[in-house]
Design a protein around this ligand. Structure first.
Ligand SMILES: [Zn+2]
Length: 203
């Protein structure tokens, strides 16, 4: 495993994670973080931030909406499904933070009377075109694409991989994915476990 990680570190990395998918429940206007089978802890996410700081990791593309990557220090995070940390009044556009929505009972309302909606993509909605374009750009320019913690079941996120033109695809997922056969390196372990073994230089 150590040698494998050394190989990762020598290349430019890009990571696509999709742990959990959108946890936003449209019907209820409530946030229920879905139980994640292959949960990556904040400590392990910090590894990604370290790799980014070292210039190895170029971007994290995620379907998570919980801001965890940013909280762990990652800077370039492309949130395909938006974020519950950005909430806007549907009438006047005023911004509200997560705690406002979390602490409201029932549907959160703006002071103008409009409904406050999180900036997240619901199943029937289109993905944000800017985020999508940036993701395509990042993937098409990456040398290595690490796909982790996702069964690649959600489209169009899963189809983004088709834009990869680089040297190697690494799949880290405990369960089989449709991309296992095209992976140059396949690690069938929980992503959290694999990340915890990453050693950045000087460690
Ligand atoms: Zn308003």
């Amino acid at each position: 495993m150590k040698r494998t990680m050394a190989l990762f570190l020598s290349l430019l990395l890009l990571l696509l994670t999709a742990c959990g998918g959108p946890a936003y429940q449209a019907e209820e206007l409530k946030f229920k973080p879905r139980r994640k089978k292959q949960k990556v802890s904040k400590e392990e996410m910090k590894k990604l931030a370290e790799l980014e700081k070292a210039g190895k990791l170029k971007a994290v593309i995620t379907q998570n909406i919980d801001n965890l990557h940013q909280m762990a220090g990652s800077r370039k995070v492309l949130e395909l499904h938006g974020s519950v940390y950005r909430n806007y009044c549907m009438r006047c556009g005023k911004f509200y933070d997560f705690s406002y929505v979390k602490n409201s009972t029932g549907v959160p309302y703006c002071e103008c009377g409009g409904v406050v909606k999180p900036d997240v993509v619901l199943y029937e909605e289109m993905l944000d075109s800017t985020t999508l374009a940036e993701s395509v750009d990042a993937i098409s320019r990456a040398q290595v694409l690490i796909i982790g913690g996702t069964s690649l079941a959600v489209y169009p996120a899963a189809s983004l991989i088709d834009y990869f033109r680089g040297e190697a695809i690494v799949v880290i997922n405990k369960a089989p994915t449709p991309r296992d056969r095209s992976a140059d390196l396949l690690i069938k372990d929980p992503i959290g476990q694999v990340f915890s073994q990453i050693r950045t230089e000087g460690e």
